[in-house]
Design a binder for this molecule. Structure first.
Ligand SMILES: *[C@@H]1O[C@H](CO)[C@@H](O)[C@H](O)[C@H]1NC(C)=O
Ligand SMILES: *[C@@H]1O[C@H](CO)[C@@H](O)[C@H](O)[C@H]1NC(C)=O
Ligand SMILES: *[C@@H]1O[C@H](CO)[C@@H](O)[C@H](O)[C@H]1NC(C)=O
Ligand SMILES: *[C@@H]1O[C@H](CO)[C@@H](O)[C@H](O)[C@H]1NC(C)=O
Length: 250
């Protein structure tokens, strides 16, 4: 277990300045190109700065990401494998952002945000949505994280190509009480991977990459924290129902 105080001190924002990038997610390997067609790069504008987060498509209209990825405006890149190869990539702007109303920047609680695209994503073999875990789905055994984040403690920037890494989830009282999934070990997401999905063996998204910390009780091992999607499923459902485009029949 780790105290809140310790968490606040050690939280590493997983967002990234998108500049030059080299190398992999820590401990992972390159994903087969377009094998994860729900993955999106989120370019976030704040004043003159552009930073990036990851996100994932739920349907043609909505992307799920982390609330700490909130910005003044966004561009969503769909169908990317290598950031420098724009062939077949769709650029879509965001009509409205829905960060969770109880997101807490200090405690990293409720770190989840829906983005409504200003025009529908065109689904094809490289661009598709992912199903979400629902309330009551239990903690899966084997899961992985994908992202364009930085790949070692030594390099400063993210990866050009989409990377993926297996993670080991563990049960923890504080994690459960905070609506988080937690994983441990040296392998996991890092800066630039924020907002990406934790995808488990049944092919559903169970979590959203939120932050990285260290646990004194676990020999200062890195701890990775994911917003637990099953706990937010009714919020996701109602936000999409209220703000999705209505099909008119007249
Ligand atoms: C760029 O991406 C397209 C679509 O995925 C792919 O067919 C092509 O081989 C890529 N080009 C290079 C130079 O990697
Ligand atoms: C936010 O917190 C308030 C007070 O605890 C609660 O009434 C409300 O339902 C929460 N909002 C959501 C979307 O969970
Ligand atoms: C994750 O584990 C599975 C099963 O052990 C293995 O086939 C796969 O290659 C691993 N993926 C990564 C990215 O290491
Ligand atoms: C959310 O919606 C999906 C399908 O639209 C449904 O299967 C699921 O039970 C809903 N979950 C909750 C918690 O409302």
């Amino acid at each position: 277990m780790f105290s809140h105080c310790e968490l606040v001190l050690l939280i590493l924002a997983l967002t990234l300045d998108r500049q030059v990038h080299t190398g992999e997610i820590i401990g992972g390997k390159e994903a087969v190109p377009h094998s994860r067609p729900y993955m999106v790069i989120l370019e976030r504008k704040m004043g003159k700065d552009t930073k990036t987060c990851d996100g994932f498509l739920l349907n043609e209209e909505f992307v799920l990401t982390a609330a700490h990825c909130k910005a003044e405006s966004y561009k969503v890149l769909l169908g990317v494998h290598n950031y420098h190869n724009q062939s077949g990539v769709q650029h879509v702007s965001v009509e409205q952002a829905f960060p969770h109303e109880n997101y807490s920047q200090l405690a990293y609680l409720n770190d989840i945000m829906l983005l409504k695209l200003s025009s529908k994503a065109k689904f094809n073999k490289n661009v598709k949505g992912i199903a979400l875990a629902d309330e009551g789905d239990s903690l899966p055994k084997s899961c992985l994280v994908t992202g364009w984040g930085k790949t070692s403690d030594d390099n400063e920037y993210g990866s050009d190509v989409l990377m993926e890494v297996n993670v080991t989830l563990y049960e923890d009282k504080q994690c459960a009480e905070s609506n988080w999934y937690c994983s441990e070990g040296i392998n996991g997401p890092d800066r630039g991977d924020s907002g990406g999905p934790l995808v488990c063996e049944d092919g559903k998204a169970y979590g959203v990459v939120s932050f990285k910390s260290k646990s004194q009780e676990r020999d200062d091992q890195p701890i990775y924290v994911f917003t637990k999607i099953p706990d937010y499923r009714s919020w996701i459902n109602s936000t999409i129902e209220h703000h999705g485009k209505k099909v008119t029949t007249d």
